[in-house]
Design a protein around this ligand. Structure first.
Ligand code: ADP
Ligand code: MG
Length: 323
């Protein structure tokens, strides 16, 4: 079991930012309205994530670390209409297989909380403790027991930057959640949790982007897309400024990127990429989010139509403007 967990962990936990992603998504699934992420040494030696969500019941705590244990899917039908961010029940077991995890949690209904320590899939402590409602995870020494994997990590600086980028995307995907991000004792980001999406973009990308955005709001038979695209003058030198969210989930999609970039052809200089923050709402029937464990890349059931429809929306928005 331990070995299987370690192998499975490789799919979910590639680097410190994967741990942060999974734990923050769990906090959001737990209906947290405030999430604090603190890291040291790029998250390699220390990650602490505190939320004010529903907590985990005492009796459920050890079970949450078992592989394929999820409280989020009850039936096969649920699998087809996934709205929570997590559903595979692999994150906690994978993280616990390759690090030293300490958990403090309390639900609203319980008088006392639980402190639970698990290292390399082995339970070390399980005790009652006074705790506020919500959950805190501390993940120490990632890959301490898999040195080969640890070798593949980049410098603390770079790993920390990955987490910073991730926090920005998480803040953009969930403007209703207040996020705080602390890196080596320095507060890098603190969002209010009640910003409009546009304010959030300014907050993260800076005020100079203010005058450079075109608003998009378009509904059709395939999706509803809202958000902002950059005027050609605020184009960027790489793809990192293309942000796509589908049903609240940050995703990468070669299809969406290609469609947008084609629409910008003739508006941008060579080797320039658009800036965009686009939120799609889409019927879950049209999606397959179960493609990869980290759920970043997803498949559409109707590629052609989605590509074409988005192209036309973006081309239309660019064509009718005078820059
Ligand atoms: P999944 O998110 O796919 O269900 P995980 O391994 O990420 O699987 O989490 C296992 C279970 O632990 C979740 O289904 C949930 O019940 C519980 N859990 C994890 N993190 C939290 C949290 N921050 N607050 C409340 N419950 C949590
Ligand atoms: Mg999860």
């Amino acid at each position: 079991q331990e070995t299987i967990d370690k192998i499975a962990a490789g799919e979910v936990v590639e680097r410190p930012s994967s741990v942060v992603k999974e734990l923050v998504e769990n906090a959001i699934d737990a209906k947290a309205t405030a999430v604090t992420v603190e890291i040291k040494e790029g998250g390699i030696s220390f990650i602490r994530i505190t939320d004010n969500g529903c907590g985990i019941e005492r009796a459920q705590v050890p079970l949450a670390f078992l592989r394929h244990s999820t409280s989020k899917i009850k039936s096969v039908e649920d699998l087809m209409s996934i709205t929570s961010l997590g559903f595979r029940g692999e994150a906690l077991s994978s993280i616990a297989a390759v690090s030293q995890v300490e958990l403090i949690t309390k639900t609203y209904g319980e008088l006392t909380g639980t402190r639970y320590v698990i290292e390399g899939s082995k339970e070390k402590e399980n005790e009652e403790i006074g705790a506020p409602e919500g959950t805190t995870f501390i993940v120490r020494n990632l890959f301490y027991n898999t040195p080969a994997r640890r070798k593949f990590l980049k410098t603390a600086q770079t790993e920390g930057n990955y987490i910073n980028d991730l926090m920005e995307r998480l803040a953009l995907s969930h403007p209703g959640v207040s996020f705080k991000f602390i890196n080596n004792g320095q507060t890098k980001m603190h969002t209010s949790g009640n910003s409009r999406e546009k304010d959030m973009i300014y907050h993260i990308y800076g005020r100079d982007i203010t005058s450079g955005l075109l608003e998009i709001d378009h509904k059709n038979e395939y999706f509803h897309v809202k958000g902002f695209i950059g005027k050609p003058l605020i184009s960027r030198g790489n793809r990192n400024f293309e942000n796509y969210f589908i049903n609240g989930r940050y995703i990468k999609s070669a299809l969406l990127s290609k469609s947008i970039e084609e629409a910008y052809k003739g508006f941008l200089m060579q080797h320039q990429y658009p800036f965009c923050v686009l939120y799609f709402s889409m019927d879950t029937d049209l999606l397959d989010v179960n493609v990869h464990p980290t759920k970043m890349e997803l498949r559409f059931s109707n590629n052609e139509a989605i590509y074409k429809t988005l192209f036309e929306i973006i081309r239309g928005a660019l064509t009718h403007k005078d820059f």
